[in-house]
Design a binder for this molecule. Structure first.
Ligand SMILES: *Cc1c(COP(=O)(O)O)cnc(C)c1O
Length: 413
């Protein structure tokens, strides 16, 4: 972890966050390059020489600089849209290390994926399989495909980020998968390369992963009996991180377990949150303190449009003062933003000593932070900075007010 206090001021690697706020303004996302790299390497190195590819899930944080540092250390990428594919290519990523997931790939997305030479499409339905076959045929190409199966296991996570149950929209029912594989196997424009599953996100117990693994291994054996061999097994992402005091998964023990059960089969993983979540923070300033007989509100300049997770999932983020010694008003504060929604909070009931103008670090904000941000209430999206040792780099400019409506027109009549 590269976030720690030095001289009572919170630092990212060797850079004082207070200095970053002077340089770049508030609110601000700040990422640690070494944390991003080390988190990805933890997955990669656990495999040793076993055939594998760790495909970072771009949707967790798709900033070009983040993708670029990962591309430079050999990462593959899990993409879910044309936009993500183009980001990976623009960031110097290798298309042949990209797996394309998502339930509704358009014809154009498939075409562009094929032309770019992606590693495989993770197919989520028979109609999608047909569409991929047709596009490949029209280009005289063969599309590499992998079926995303739904192993029907309960990931025991928030219902919005649970994807491996029968009632979810994702993947193909594991009992129907063989038929779909046969269809692909018999098509000249499709090439079966893998099997894929992804059961959810922020999973903090290894048992649902191992249950899913057992089910897909059973399917791999059935496929073999039907003359269909796959070259890789993609077990998706979903490894949870520590936001508060949750127990998390021992990544190398999990990967060892996978290797023990799958022989020499190449393994693909698609971690997103586990690579960037704890590698980033969101910094916001206290604008006003507002106390009544029941409640103490700290009104901050960051809001749900900047960091949606608390409002959307009731997610918990640790809050640390940038200046550890700030002594203001001691209370149990709700941190609320300027947006006209009661759900606009970033944290509730936090014992902090606050004064107007203090900076607060909302921790573990590197994943599903900036990527889920919006312009709601016509708020420009904030700047992003990456720290590398003693250096810091602007990796996304703060949007301007003009940016907000530059694509809009008034009608003249
Ligand atoms: C979101 C997603 C991931 C990444 O999930 P994390 O919980 O961030 O690791 C991986 N694969 C697929 C298909 C996804 O939709």
């Amino acid at each position: 972890m590269s976030f720690s206090y030095k001289n009572h001021s919170l630092h990212v690697e060797s850079v004082d966050i207070a200095d970053l706020m002077d340089d770049y303004g508030s609110p601000l996302y700040v990422y640690s390059r070494s944390d991003v790299e080390n988190n990805w390497r933890e997955f990669d190195s656990a495999f040793g020489t076993h055939p594998h590819l760790v495909c970072y899930a771009v949707k967790a944080n798709s900033n070009l600089a983040v993708l670029n540092v990962l591309a430079k250390i050999g990462a593959g990428f899990d993409i879910v849209s044309l936009g993500e594919l183009e980001r990976v290519l623009a960031a110097g990523g290798d298309a042949s290390k990209c797996v394309f997931s998502g339930v509704a790939k358009t014809e154009y997305e498939i075409k562009r994926g094929l032309e770019a030479g992606i590693r495989c499409f993770n197919v989520e339905s028979s109609s999608e399989m047909s569409r991929i076959g047709e596009v490949a045929q029209s280009l005289n190409m063969q599309a590499p495909v992998s079926v995303r199966v739904n192993p029907n296991v309960d990931a025991k996570t928030h219902p919005y980020i649970s994807t491996g149950l029968k009632e979810n929209k994702f993947g193909v029912d594991i009992d129907d998968a063989i038929e779909l594989y046969q269809l692909a196997h018999n098509s000249k424009s499709l090439k079966v390369v893998g099997l894929d599953c992804h059961i959810g996100s922020q999973i903090t117990d290894v048992s649902p992963f191992l249950d899913a693994l057992d089910k897909v291994i059973e399917l791999i054996n059935k496929l073999k009996d039907n003359g269909i061999e796959i070259a890789h097994l993609d077990l998706g992402g979903g490894v949870g991180i520590k936001y508060d005091d949750e127990q998390t998964i021992d990544i190398s023990a999990y990967i060892n377990e996978i290797m023990n059960r799958t022989g020499n089969l190449e393994i693909i993983l698609e971690p997103g949150r586990a690579v960037v979540g704890n590698a980033g923070v969101f910094i916001t300033k206290v604008e006003f303190l507002k106390q009544n007989s029941d409640k103490s509100f700290a009104i901050i300049d960051g809001a749900m449009n900047d960091l949606l997770r608390p409002a959307f999932y009731n997610a918990y983020h640790q809050v640390l003062p940038v200046n550890e010694n700030s002594n203001g008003v001691d209370a149990s504060w709700d941190l609320v933003g300027p947006i006209c929604e009661t759900g606009d909070f970033l944290a509730k009931d936090r014992k902090l000593s606050l004064s107007q103008g203090d900076y607060l670090a909302i921790m573990s904000a590197g994943a599903y932070g900036f990527t889920m941000s919006s312009n709601y209430n016509s708020r420009p999206r904030v700047a992003e900075v990456m720290v590398d040792g003693v250096q810091h780099y602007l990796i996304r400019e703060r949007e301007t007010i003009k940016d907000l409506f530059k694509q809009e027109y008034i009608i003249n009549d």
